[in-house]
Design a protein. Sequence first.
Length: 240
Amino acid sequence: MTNKNCTIVQDLIPLYIDNLSSRESSELIEKHCKECTECQNYLNLAKEKIKTNSQSEETEKKITESLNRQRKHKIIKRVITAFLLIVFTFILGFVWHIVYSNSPMATNCIEEYYGKEIYSELNEGSSPGSRQVLQPIIKKVEKALKFTGNEKNAKKKFGELARYTPAYSSDIDEAKVVEANVTFLTAKLYHDTGYLWIKYSQYGYEKNGELSIGSSDIESRITLVKYGDEWTAVNVMEAP
């Protein structure tokens, strides 16, 4: 065979190895390689190179899959760790709230905020019939706790009692309060002035469902003034 034939065969060998050459070309290559040691060696080297490349690609694929699995495991581990941290923080905060809110330290802080004289009102008892007389005020507080409008509208609708609305006590414009309740503690009514102590809980959610407000067993004092036959809230005190 001439060098020209070797050049043609060697050009066709890549197609032959990939099974892309025609039957006639394949027969020509096989016949030529049987008679030409140089082209046979070229064919063997080409096959070895293809085999090596295939093994390298397979190894690279396995390495990539292994790295992807490791990354996936790390991401899952981080998500689980973050979730457990959030749960732990929530539980710790809840326990701290229970322990602290019932501790002498908490009572002293609240008493210091109100002043000893005012805070002692909780132990003085109520004026006869005050609970019934002040039901309109208590119901208005309940409505304020559940109000979903903005601060401006809250102030217009509830006056001083707007202090209890979600918009007034948080940074959000609106909240959907799913639970709110008010408990009468004590009250004193004089000729045209008085006070009312209540305890309330309030839980509000933003539009996306996330909790935005969470208050439980909050003591609050409302200063009252009587205009005609109606008692009106003129000031709200609540320990921070």
